[in-house]
Design a binder for this molecule. Structure first.
Ligand code: F6P
Length: 544
């Protein structure tokens, strides 16, 4: 049970923000910039190699002060310490939340369940390193003696999105002779396409599942086992072609994977916070143990910053608070995450689970229905592709959509003018969103009167631009930890629990009931609602 807190909207810090919002809500970003020549410097943080420019958000220094006051009054400081020191802050599941321990150095001490977990973390990391090195060196042979060349990660949610995002993000650091595939969907197409051109004798399956009970993953893993045995015709092949990443050793051996080939983690690692645990094995095989360690070190740097920096200069706290401001005061229901870096193409999808499975909640920790908005909808695509698709709505539509722009000064590939043009675009988009184009400006350009309304850009559309040096493993680690902690910050402000996900359960239970009705030979006695009954009957008839 959680302690009862003062309801958010009754807090004096919240009321102060409401009054402040009423006072500044009609001030345009054009006016805010004109009034303060130092605005770009004042409203930017330069820390950990991230230049975080939030001067194009619709706020003032007073807003930041009031948001930081709200964070203090909400107990954010104490909550952060509680998370880092292994308190059971995931109260509905009775668990500690220690993804930060996954990236802590060997010398750290973090207690959970009465023991220091850091030696356990490093033991698994070393086991992963030994295995990754063997696969990378061609020394991990398949059953027929051929070296493994293909790695297929089977997992879903946090056991897929982190690995696939990190693989894509760091592809430029990956060992190119190895092929990586990711299978998640229970739709058989996902598996069929992933293995269509692979030789089973050269293929390793990594079955990634915290619980080792998830329907999609277990179904795909069983299909992978059949696919392997159909070609290699010997059960002994499983030991060379399957490894497991899980917290559930009993289920791993029940499936037929030797627990010597299992890389473990712990209940204090949430699925969507697990890419730095054993769940990152595919990432480590791809980029190598040294680069994996650099990614951990980057995340750890962000952890330390989050724990120590004053909120007004604290990147994750600030990012979380900007989300609260835009969501709860400006009424922005969604946020677009727009990486101007092709390698980050899966980053928005990864963030969707991290943010929305965490903060998509409607009751507070002490069980009250909230009377304010919680998680924004996160979505996005890499620039510049999005510009030719949905940016029209962001510029001139009726919805307010704050944007997170992510950009890197050094390109992964130095090709002619590409990078300068890419950067010109990201800077231009943030500029156009903020300042727009007025009717007067259009008039001066000689635009005909009737066209002016169509060509006017209202502007005043908020964005943050994050400029980093280069997309390295360390930079990726920092970015992931930045968003993770911004989610925690918001959870604390909204008084909700970011680390459970009861909302995904009902659908799973109902699917478990419906599946046998679809598969039964005789027409089942259906007792669902009329719509579901009709759909089931129609499907059964079509399937024959
Ligand atoms: O369905 C939600 C969920 O529990 C996620 O939180 C999790 O990342 C995913 O399923 C996969 O779970 P597992 O790793 O146990 O297979």
């Amino acid at each position: 049970m959680a302690e009862n807190k003062i309801p958010l909207k009754e807090m004096k810090e919240w009321k102060a923000l409401e009054a402040h919002y009423a006072a500044i809500k009609n001030t345009h970003l054009r006016e805010l910039f004109a009034a303060d020549p130092k605005r770009a410097e004042t409203l930017a943080v330069d820390a950990l190699g991230i230049y975080f420019d939030y001067s194009k958000q619709r706020l003032t220094t007073e807003t930041i002060k009031l948001l930081a006051d709200l964070a203090e009054a909400s107990g954010l400081r104490k909550a952060i310490e509680g998370m880092f020191t292994g308190e059971k802050i995931n109260i509905t599941e009775g668990r500690a939340v220690l993804h930060t321990a996954l990236r802590a150095p060997r010398t750290a001490k973090v207690m959970a369940g009465g023991e220091n977990v850091i030696p356990l973390v490093h033991e698994v990391l070393e086991k992963m390193e030994g295995f990754a090195d063997k696969v990378r060196a061609g020394q991990w042979k398949g059953h027929t003696g051929k070296a493994i060349k293909n790695i297929v990660n089977i997992g879903i949610g946090g056991s897929d999105l982190g690995p696939v995002m990190a693989y894509e993000a760091l592809k430029n650091y990956s060992q190119r002779g190895l092929t990586f595939r990711f299978v998640s969907n229970i739709d058989g197409t996902d598996f069929a396409e992933a293995v269509a051109d692979l030789d089973p004798a050269e293929t390793l399956f990594i079955v990634a599942s915290k619980t080792f009970t998830t329907q999609e993953t277990m179904t795909n893993a069983a299909t992978a086992r059949d696919w392997t045995l159909a070609a290699l015709k010997d059960k002994a092949a499983i030991a060379r072609h399957f490894v497991a990443l899980s917290t559930n050793a009993a289920k791993v051996s029940e499936f037929g994977i030797d627990t010597a080939n299992m890389f473990g983690f712990w209940d204090w690692v949430g699925g969507r916070y697990s890419m730095f645990s054993a769940i990152g094995l595919s990432t480590m095989i791809a980029i190598g143990p040294d680069n994996f360690r650099k990614m951990l070190a980057g995340a750890h740097e962000m952890d330390e910053h989050y724990r120590a920096a004053p909120f007004a200069g604290n990147l994750p706290a600030l990012m979380g608070l900007l989300g609260v401001w835009n969501n709860n005061f400006l009424g922005a229901a969604s946020i677009a995450v727009l990486p101007y870096e092709q390698y980050l193409k899966r980053f928005p999808a990864y963030l969707q689970q991290m943010t929305m499975e965490s903060n998509g909640k409607r009751v507070t920790l002490d069980g009250r229905a909230v009377d304010y908005q919680t998680s924004q909808v996160y979505w996005g695509e890499p620039g510049t592709n999005g510009q030719h698709s949905f940016y029209q709505l962001i510029h001139q539509g009726t919805k307010l959509i704050p944007c997170d722009f992510l950009a890197f000064s050094s390109p992964a590939h130095k090709l002619g003018r590409h990078h300068d043009l890419l950067m010109a675009n990201v800077f231009a988009q943030a500029q156009a969103l903020a300042f727009g184009k007025t009717a007067e400006e259009l008039k001066k350009e000689g635009v005909k009167d009737w066209l002016i309304p169509h060509k006017t850009f209202e502007g005043n559309r908020p964005s943050t631009t994050m400029l980093l040096e280069e997309l390295t493993p360390a930079a990726l680690g920092k970015l992931v930890a930045l968003y993770e902690h911004s989610v925690f910050t918001q959870g604390v402000i909204w008084q909700i629990g970011p680390f459970d996900q009861w909302g995904v359960e009902l659908g799973k239970v109902l699917a478990g009931r419906i599946a046998p009705e679809l598969e039964a030979a005789a027409a089942p006695d259906l007792k669902h609602d009329a719509s579901t009954n009709a759909l089931i009957r129609r499907y059964r008839a079509a399937r024959g």
